[in-house]
Design a protein around this ligand. Structure first.
Ligand SMILES: [Zn+2]
Length: 191
């Protein structure tokens, strides 16, 4: 059942894990939340469980995702984020009514106002995006070095020299390409 959908690419940063639900943006894009059910699954693994999701809510989520992508890309390049994208991010953030609660184990949990309120979950994601773009958190926004990807990611490495959004996919592919290039015997073996 699950195999018919592409896997999620999960990172440690909520907002950029969310933008990574669409990958290979500069190549052949892969939509990882193609149905409302898949968004429900994604939210569950990210601590924002909801019972259900409508087609309209999925559409709103994808709109937020692309807005975060636009804002984060502009920030990574040192430019001014597009006004329309900022508006979408802010709208989603303002509309969300999720509350942070402290568990007995001293971890943070998000409590949504209702189990069907996808908007609350989107609010948490939007606020997370705002915190990284605004420089509230320790790290640096950068663009993935893979030419078919160019995803904005949040580099929290000590040296701030991370090159790929994801080591296991983009990073690995690049390394393999380089390996093959250096082991190619001559131009005739290229095809
Ligand atoms: Zn990448």
């Amino acid at each position: 059942m699950r195999a018919e959908f592409p896997d999620f690419r999960l990172g440690s940063v909520l907002a950029t894990s969310f933008t990574a639900t669409l990958t290979e943006r500069q190549g052949e894009p892969v939509e990882r939340i193609p149905t409302p059910r898949r968004l429900v699954d994604w939210l569950a693994v990210n601590g924002l469980a909801v019972d259900s999701c409508t087609a309209g809510q999925l559409e709103r989520a994808q709109e937020l995702r692309e807005a975060i992508h636009a804002v984060a890309t502009a920030a990574a390049l040192g430019g001014t984020p597009p006004t329309s994208a900022v508006r979408v991010v802010n709208d989603c953030s303002m509309r969300g009514r999720a509350a942070a609660v402290l568990t007995p184990e001293s971890t943070r949990q998000w409590r949504l106002s209702s189990p069907t309120c996808v908007e609350d979950a989107l609010g948490v994601i939007a606020a997370d995006a705002i915190s990284i773009v605004a420089g509230e958190r320790d790290g640096r926004l950068a663009l993935c070095a893979s030419p078919s990807c160019r995803a904005a990611f949040f580099d929290t490495s000590r040296s701030r020299t991370r090159r790929w959004c994801d080591m296991n996919t983009c990073g690995n592919r690049q390394k393999k390409a380089r390996f093959h290039a250096s082991h190619r015997k001559g131009p005739s073996s290229a095809g």
